[in-house]
Design a binder for this molecule. Structure first.
Ligand code: PMP
Length: 356
């Protein structure tokens, strides 16, 4: 705290990201990165964009990222006017909270969900109300039938990994035709049903996706939102009042290549899904209760072992997973699906710890 701070800064509660150790040789299963690298076409595109002497870097990038937006529009059968892009979907979400979710009534989101939502509410002065997940940690459409200034939830939800069906999302959209409904699809490519196909039908739907997970580009920071042009225009206005160039030249070139390489995308996402199913089977055999996951992580608890202690014991074996302190899920661990070899090292370590 300093007298130089602007009003309100002392009252912010910043988001605390998962640990990102930059040096150690750890098995890193704590922040839902993809265990496979990005498409080789991404690296080629970055080299291309750089040119032979890095001359290209002296020039500003395209402020509208048109080629990247066009690649996204083409993939989803939409127009460029339906697409907003940002520096990771976190930045896109920030623009959403500021540009579309600040109204008189509180917005709604689940009690157990992405912990950045309350942070944005604090930053932008957005009133919110949380809606409890069911006893089995599911989002239920009927719980969102009450006055609100907007609705946001991830599908699949984080950190539970549970997905809801498209029909349920349509119910939320029709029950709330007067509100923006934001579906945060950070993990959609690992088995959920995207709501992207509903955009033409519902002008109040905004779908947010990221290239950090299924496209293995967490390090480049690329995310996007798709929806009716009126929603996109609000996001563009916010973006252009904050930063003309949130995506650098290399990221834009990489984004196009990543979206266009459908073959690599399909291979790697199927590999992650297969590893997840094997991981769930092995953890279940060890006595864990694992929530059904459509994401690239699983959320699990053991009836006889404290989650914080398990996380600490794993860390001693150079494996890091995520543990949240929220009372309702304090006995759960969130484990990112790694390669098959990493998952096996993880379950072998669990076996040893449980045998204690
Ligand atoms: N939404 C959800 C639900 C997430 O878990 C994450 C990853 N922390 C994000 C959005 C943001 O991802 P990124 O900024 O890397 O696109």
């Amino acid at each position: 705290m300093s007298r130089f701070w602007s009003a309100g800064v002392a009252d912010l509660t910043p988001y605390v990201p998962g640990e990102q150790p930059q040096m150690q040789r750890l098995i890193k299963l704590n922040t839902n990165e993809n265990p496979y690298g990005p498409s080789p076409r991404v690296l080629a595109a970055i080299r291309d964009a750089l040119g032979s002497d890095a001359e290209a870097l002296k020039l500003y990038p395209d402020p509208d990222a048109r080629r990247f937006k066009q690649a996204i529009a083409t993939r989803f059968g939409l127009e460029v006017a339906n697409v907003h892009v940002g520096n990771g979907s976190d930045e896109v979400l920030a623009n959403v909270f500021q540009g579309l979710l600040k109204h008189d009534k509180p917005i709604l989101y689940p009690d157990i969900t992405y912990s950045f939502y309350p942070v944005y509410c604090g930053l932008y002065g957005v009133a919110f109300e949380t809606v409890p997940l069911s006893d089995t940690f599911e989002i239920r459409a009927e719980d969102y039938r009450k006055p609100n200034g907007g609705i946001i939830f991830p599908n699949p939800n984080a950190p539970t990994g549970r997905a809801i069906a498209l029909g349920e999302i349509e119910r939320v959209l029709t029950d709330n035709a007067g509100s923006v409904v934001v579906i945060d699809e950070a993990y959609i490519d690992f088995g959920g049903e995207t709501a992207a196909g509903l955009i033409a039908k519902y002008p109040n739907l905004l779908v947010v996706q990221t290239l950090s997970k299924s496209r293995s580009l967490a390090g480049l920071r690329l995310g996007f939102a798709i929806g009716h042009p009126d929603l996109i225009e609000a996001l563009e206005r916010v973006k252009n009042s904050f930063n003309s160039y949130p995506l650098d030249r290399l990221a834009q070139a990489a984004g196009v290549a990543a979206i266009e390489d459908e073959v690599y995308f399909e291979q790697t996402r199927q590999a992650v899904i297969a590893s997840r199913e094997a991981l769930v089977e092995r953890m279940t055999a060890l006595g864990f209760e694992v929530l059904p996951s459509k994401a690239n992580f699983v959320f699990a608890r053991h009836p006889a072992h404290d989650a914080a202690q398990l996380a600490a014991a794993l860390r001693e074996r150079a494996i890091i997973v995520r543990h949240f302190k929220n009372a309702r899920v304090a006995q759960f661990l969130r484990i990112t699906v790694g390669t098959d070899a990493e998952c096996e090292t993880f379950t072998d370590a669990l076996k040893e710890i449980l045998a204690g």
